[in-house]
Design a protein around this ligand. Structure first.
Ligand code: BEZ
Length: 214
């Protein structure tokens, strides 16, 4: 059965551009973004890998490790890494799994046969430090992902793990949030001393709490 939100993600050991990877060991106490690429030496994937490498400081700030995957060989990956550096102006600074036997792709259901029998779709998995799956997004092969959106979700997950709030439509870090409907007004007075705007009893808007992070 496909992995579902809240499931403990399975561990794996596989070759990568940074040496053999034991996924749980690599993750340690960090959040992880695991994302798949249909194939080496493809244009959209090349731009994505460059963009993710350039966002390293953003991932570090949030205690997030990233790990890419493509079903080609390690030798092929090593050649592609050179092209990424040449065309995107950045060195790959995270592991790219060489999933030549599709072990990880099958474990994480990254191959959608009605789309393509051989290559993965563009899967994204956000895994928390307890190894629980917190988000999946699946993009088709010709559509490059928006990693700003993926970072935005990490911000929302980390915020809502630490505070009794939810994030409204198109929320970004620093913007107002919603007090969880399960919080009574009595409790909210303690949790949100700056107060809130009550648009409806179930729709109470307050400033983003200070307590953020991983
Ligand atoms: C790409 O990464 O550029 C790509 C991969 C598969 C289909 C179309 C584009």
């Amino acid at each position: 059965m496909a992995l579902q939100l809240g499931d403990t993600v399975p561990n794996f050991v596989q070759e990568s551009t940074a040496g053999p990877i034991d996924f749980y060991e690599y993750a340690g106490d960090s959040w992880v973004i695991l994302f798949s690429h249909p194939k080496d030496f493809t244009p959209v994937c090349t731009t994505e890998l460059g963009a993710v490498a350039k966002l390293k400081h953003e991932f570090d700030k949030r205690n997030v490790k990233v790990i890419g995957l493509s079903v080609d060989s390690l030798e092929s990956h090593m050649g592609w890494v050179g092209d990424i550096e040449e065309t995107q102006g950045v060195k790959l600074n995270f592991p790219l799994i060489a999933d030549h036997d599709r072990k990880v792709a099958n474990l994480y259901n990254m191959i959608h046969p009605n789309e393509d029998n051989v290559f993965t779709v563009r899967s994204v998995f956000i895994v928390d430090p307890q190894k629980k799956l917190r988000l999946t997004i699946t993009y088709p092969a010709p559509t490059g992902r928006n990693f700003d959106e993926i970072l935005r979700v990490v911000d929302a997950l980390q915020l809502t793990d630490k505070n009794k709030v939810a994030t409204p439509v198109n929320w970004k870090h620093g913007e107002d949030v919603i007090i969880l409907p399960s919080v009574s007004n009595e409790e909210a007075k303690n949790l949100f001393p700056e107060g809130w705007v009550e648009k409806k009893p179930y729709l109470r808007i307050t400033k983003q709490p200070e307590k953020v992070g991983s």
